[in-house]
Design a protein around this ligand. Structure first.
Ligand code: 9D3
Length: 245
């Protein structure tokens, strides 16, 4: 896979793209990531990328010419051009899985008041928002999308954490995790986890995950596909029963 990120602030990306799983995925050759300074696609001595909005009002708007020139130099068959924009469709694990199938992503980071509408209409294939809060630009959203997509590429994660196993992969929150010591400041690790009884441990974990999801994110239970045993546990929670501590 290849991901090209088009931005006025390429310096934002250096750290995050080098570290941890993203950095390792790149050195393993699972993904190539390019960071392209939009200013390099702007014409004229001053390489201007933004301008005042027609009709007046505050702020600045990204001009169409540099964005079209930049994308037209990058795009090829199999590319998907994605504008990171507060008005886009909401990013989710499902969208990450969808994007992980695309051969080439071109992520356009907006800034200022936004981008010229013709970019949205005639250049972007897709528009994505990462949630309902106001950021200063599309750079952090581009990193969020990149991180969520790259970790799904085969080989990006160790055998330890296959992506299907984690909470949103399974459609539920995860239950609690513990490590040594068995007792810390008088707080003990739940007995079930120390029992060595693998079936019991699996049951305990499942019940904890369901309980936590039921308490914190009941919306996730609407779409999770639960086994009959899991549905029975939920019914018991509804009648006031709690899982084994
Ligand atoms: C001052 C202009 N804004 C009215 C509140 C509109 C606006 C334009 C551009 C607000 C924020 C931004 C910069 N944000 C993004 O480009 C962005 C974003 C976000 O702010 N939140 C969640 N997802 C995204 S994706 C891109």
């Amino acid at each position: 896979m290849r991901i090209d990120i088009v931005t006025l602030f390429p310096g934002i990306f250096a750290g995050p793209l080098q570290e941890s799983i993203l950095g390792r995925a790149r050195t393993k050759g699972l993904v190539e990531i390019g960071v392209i300074n939009l200013r390099d696609s702007a014409e004229g001595r001053h390489r201007v990328t933004d301008d005042y909005p027609f009709g007046g009002g505050g702020g600045m708007v990204l001009k169409p010419e540099p964005l079209f020139a930049c994308v037209e130099a990058l795009r090829r068959p199999g590319s998907r051009v994605i504008l990171l924009d507060p008005q886009g469709r909401r990013f989710s694990q499902d969208v990450a899985r969808e994007l992980a199938q695309v051969e080439h992503l071109i992520l356009l980071c907006g800034r200022y008041e936004g981008v010229d509408e013709r970019v949205r209409e005639h250049l972007a294939d897709d528009e994505i928002s990462i949630g309902d809060y106001v950021l200063t630009g599309g750079e952090l959203p581009a990193l969020v999308v990149t991180d969520a997509v790259v970790r799904l590429l085969p080989g990006a994660l160790g055998d330890e954490e296959a992506p299907g196993k984690d909470s949103f992969g399974a459609g539920l929150l995860e239950g609690p995790h513990y490590t040594r010591p068995e007792e810390f400041r008088g707080w003990r690790v739940p007995e079930a986890l120390l029992s060595g009884d693998h079936a019991r441990i699996a049951r305990w974990r499942r019940a904890q995950a369901l309980w936590r999801t039921w308490r914190r994110r009941p919306d996730l239970l609407e779409t999770a596909d639960l086994s009959p045993e899991e549905q029975k546990l939920i019914e018991e929670f509804k009648h006031g029963k709690k899982p084994e501590a």
